[in-house]
Design a protein around this ligand. Structure first.
Ligand SMILES: [Zn+2]
Length: 120
């Protein structure tokens, strides 16, 4: 499953952060997912729930922010938001464009409880 392998990579990054910073509990994960990342956002929370079990992310909330498609025109150098394919430059009508955004799949930020070094 495509989403499963992407989320596994995300979890590796989160776990590294958790270990480096002595984080006690992750409360919220803010994920940025480009519209071209080819994932179903709905399935991400489900997979997140499975992978989070037994980790510091258990019970954490997953927020998915969908990132728009952006492109640059090779003809006139205009940057624009792509609403559909083929990507056509709104300034000059050229189809000679290259994609600059919309393929993201990354952790934007974490909300956490820091480790408290005391015995209560
Ligand atoms: Zn153009």
């Amino acid at each position: 499953l495509h989403e499963m392998s992407l989320m596994s990579e995300v979890f590796e990054i989160i776990n590294q952060t958790v270990e480096t910073n002595n984080i006690r509990q992750v409360k919220k994960v803010n994920l940025q997912v480009g519209r071209l990342a080819n994932v179903a956002p709905d399935s991400l929370s489900f997979i997140f729930g499975i992978l989070a079990q037994g980790t510091k992310c258990q019970g954490a909330c997953l927020m998915v922010e969908e990132m728009p498609v952006t492109a640059n025109c090779l003809t006139c150098d205009q940057e624009f938001h792509g609403e559909g394919f083929p990507l056509i430059c709104p300034a000059c009508g050229s189809r000679e464009t290259y994609i600059t955004g919309g393929t993201e799949f990354r952790v934007a930020s974490l909300e956490v409880d820091e480790e408290v070094k005391s015995n209560n």
